[in-house]
Design a protein around this ligand. Structure first.
Ligand SMILES: Cc1cc2nc3c(=O)[nH]c(=O)nc-3n(C[C@H](O)[C@H](O)[C@H](O)COP(=O)(O)OP(=O)(O)OC[C@H]3O[C@@H](n4cnc5c(N)ncnc54)[C@H](O)[C@@H]3O)c2cc1C
Length: 266
């Protein structure tokens, strides 16, 4: 079986800054890390591999600048078997669709992939669009908000997952191949690679693929292939200090009602 895990290198901050002129994320001078949800997705792929009787290969794939190799090296140390970095100036400035086109082409080129693991969302872009768009590119099943994978059965051609919903969880079955967008539940503890894992990772293959490897027209990728245009980026105005009510619940409730009446909210 073949699993691909899509991983993104993201700025190590929750305060993402955007260039006001170009509308693109400022990455210079900001330390980068592996997106936390993608680390969870990789952990899920490895757990599943360890539970399965058959051979499973895990390939980590990222689209990004050359420094995104660091995120892939971490994936190799955690337990991916090999990694591919999709890097080319042609891929630069991609919106979510152009990102999905690039990742989808790479998955097609790898071939015979059973499950594509993605994070539910990246901590910088936060759109949660890339996983589903990759599924659309490939014309295969998609499952979002996946908290756990029960099993992948190649014989019956199905995957069964636990998916989070507003009401709780549902157990859901989909046809293989599938893209699953994973979301960790509270208390998730990532695998921490030790020195031996890091040394072992140095012997694993980390390839670089460019536009030439993926083929197609240059206009389908990067800024040219992006349908969306950033018109304006701005931070929301800071919230006021608010009102703190430190009373017993029944008095507090009365005060809240009073306040809402005064504000015309009731
Ligand atoms: C309108 C628009 C214009 C943009 N223009 C630019 C721009 O000019 N320059 C720029 O740098 N950024 C730009 N971005 C941001 C860029 O599109 C996103 O960083 C990228 O498309 C991924 O989207 P996201 O971060 O929302 O990922 P999400 O959809 O939140 O990510 C979900 C999952 O998809 C996978 N994934 C996402 N991105 C990658 C990746 N690169 N490699 C591997 N797996 C991945 C991961 O598993 C991730 O957890 C733009 C975004 C928008 C919405």
């Amino acid at each position: 079986m073949l699993f691909v895990v899509l991983v993104k290198q993201v700025p190590d901050t929750t305060e993402v800054e955007v260039d006001e002129e170009t509308g693109t994320i400022i990455r210079e001078g900001v330390p980068s890390v592996l997106n936390a949800f993608d680390e969870f997705a990789l952990n899920e792929a490895i757990d599943l591999k360890e539970r399965m009787d058959e051979d499973v290969e895990i390939i980590a794939v990222s689209m990004g600048p050359p420094q995104a190799k660091d995120a892939l090296k971490k994936c190799l140390a955690i337990g991916a078997d090999s990694a591919i970095l999709l890097t080319d100036r042609v891929f630069a400035g991609a919106d979510t669709w152009a990102t999905a086109v690039t990742l989808g082409r790479a998955v097609k080129k790898i071939g015979d992939v059973d499950v594509v693991f993605a994070g539910q969302e990246a901590s910088d872009g936060n759109t949660a669009q890339v996983g589903p768009e990759v599924a659309a590119q490939l014309g295969i099943s998609q499952l979002t908000f996946v908290a756990d994978i029960e099993k992948v059965d190649k014989e019956s051609g199905h995957i069964i997952c636990k998916k989070e919903t507003d009401e709780g969880h549902v157990r859901i079955k989909a046809e293989l191949p599938a893209v699953i967008a994973c979301m960790p539940e509270p208390g998730f503890e990532p695998k921490i690679p030790n020195v031996r894992d890091i040394m072992k990772a140095k012997k694993k293959s980390l390839d670089e693929w460019t536009f030439e490897d993926l083929g197609g027209d240059e206009e389908e990728y990067g800024l040219d292939g992006s349908e969306s245009v950033v018109i304006r980026t701005y931070s929301p105005p800071p919230k006021g200090e608010g009102i703190k009510i430190e009373e017993k619940p029944e008095i507090a409730a009365e005060k809240i009602i009073e306040f809402m009446e005064e504000e015309g909210l009731l």
